[in-house]
Structures are given as C-alpha cells and as structure tokens.
Ligand binder design. Structure first.
Ligand code: NAP
Length: 176
C-alpha cells in the first residue's frame, strides 16, 4: 500500500534522472516503463534497449509496444510522456550488449538508473545461450554501469532460483 510520503519520495528520486531499461518489450519491462512514466512525471528520459526482430525495426517495435492497451491511461492523461522514450538498438546476448559505440557513450554520459530486465525465460535453450542471455549480459551491464558518471542505482530482475538452477542443470549435463 502506498503512503503519502512514498508518493512524494519515489517521484522525487526519479525527477530529472535518465533511466536505462533492457527487456522493455517483455511482460515486466512494459509495465515498468508505463509505471515510471505515469507515476514519475519528472523523469528526464528512458532509454530502452530493443533488438530488431521478425523484420521489425527497433522503432517499429517501440511503436507496437506503445500502442498496447497498457498505455491507454498514459496516452489519455500524459501523451507527451511518450517523447521521453528513446529506443537504443542492442542485443544483450552479444558482448557489450551489442551497443553502438555512440549509444554506449550517450548512456555513460546521461544514465543514472539501470533496470536490467532482459532475460531468456525459455527452458529449452542450450547452456551457451542461457549463459550469454542471463549471466554474461549482467556482467556487461555491470561494466557499463561502472563507467557511468552519474550512476545511483542498477537493478537486475531475475527469478534467480529458476534460472540459476536451470544453468546448473545444463552444466551438470555437459560435464557428465
Ligand atoms: N514475469 C514475472 O512475473 C516476473 C517476476 C519476477 C521476475 N521476473 C524476471 O524478470 C525477467 C523478465 O521477465 P519477463 O516475464 O518480462 O520476460 P519476457 O516477457 O520473456 O521478456 C524478456 C525480455 O528480454 C528481452 N530479451 C531477451 N533476450 C534478449 C536479447 N538477446 N537481446 C535483447 N533483449 C532480449 C526480450 O526482448 P524481445 O522482445 O526482443 O524478445 C524481452 O523484452 C526474467 O529474468 C524473469 O525471471 C519476471
């Protein structure tokens, strides 16, 4: 339950801050973007790492997400909030998150809060893909975070028990 103090404190924390979100096209990431924009109106900007997929460009994918019913309330009350979303091309399974050097520099200069939500939640992928998507990507986020000039918080969303034990299972299978 939100108290009056939390309502003031949380938006104040995010005010004038730039946020970097991975996994913004997924279940949790979409809800996070909507909640941040709706409840923290003074957020400066939200960079969303998106990969091109199924013939859709990063911009097409962002537009598709924003047309989701989830964003209807925001669209009716604060339509200009959408201008704060900046898509950034990236692939978390690639080294250094597959970021272009210019985008990386922009994130280093401007971001102060990271939500690393991207993950592969499939249980039928191989060990290499599971590690690149879920483990090495977190290392690469930490490296990026360590270069950020104004970092105040970096969070990893992870159902760690399920994904950790899945990786252990795959490693055991490989070394048998
Ligand atoms: N859902 C829940 O209730 C819940 C609760 C607690 C914690 N979590 C954790 O939160 C994380 C996300 O869960 P979710 O339910 O939101 O999963 P999801 O709907 O499957 O979303 C996964 C997100 O990760 C992105 N992604 C995956 N591989 C990528 C790659 N190689 N490069 C770039 N982006 C990539 C996906 O992008 P594409 O759209 O391009 O595939 C998508 O945006 C997981 O670690 C999960 O364990 C989830």
């Amino acid at each position: 339950m939100e108290t009056k103090n939390e309502n003031v404190y949380v938006p104040a924390f995010y005010a004038n801050r730039s946020i970097f979100i991975t996994g913004g096209t997924g279940f949790l990431g979409k809800a996070l973007i909507e909640k941040l924009l709706r409840s923290c109106p003074d957020v400066r900007e939200i960079f969303v790492l998106i990969r091109p997929k199924k013939g859709l460009s990063v911009n097409d994918r962002l537009n598709k997400i924003l047309s989701n019913k989830l964003f209807d309330l925001l669209r009716s009350r604060q339509p200009s909030a959408f201008d704060k979303i900046v898509p950034v091309t990236g692939y978390v399974a690639k080294e250094n998150l597959g970021l272009l050097p210019s985008d990386r520099e922009m994130l280093i200069d401007r971001v102060s809060i990271i939500f690393h939500v991207a993950a592969s939640v499939r249980f039928d992928e191989g060990l290499k893909d599971a590690i690149f998507n879920n483990t090495r990507s977190t290392r690469d986020i930490c490296i990026l975070a360590s270069e950020m000039k104004n970092l105040v918080a970096s969070l990893r969303y992870f159902l760690w028990k399920i994904q950790f034990f899945r990786i252990i299972f795959l490693i055991k299978k490989k070394i048998k």
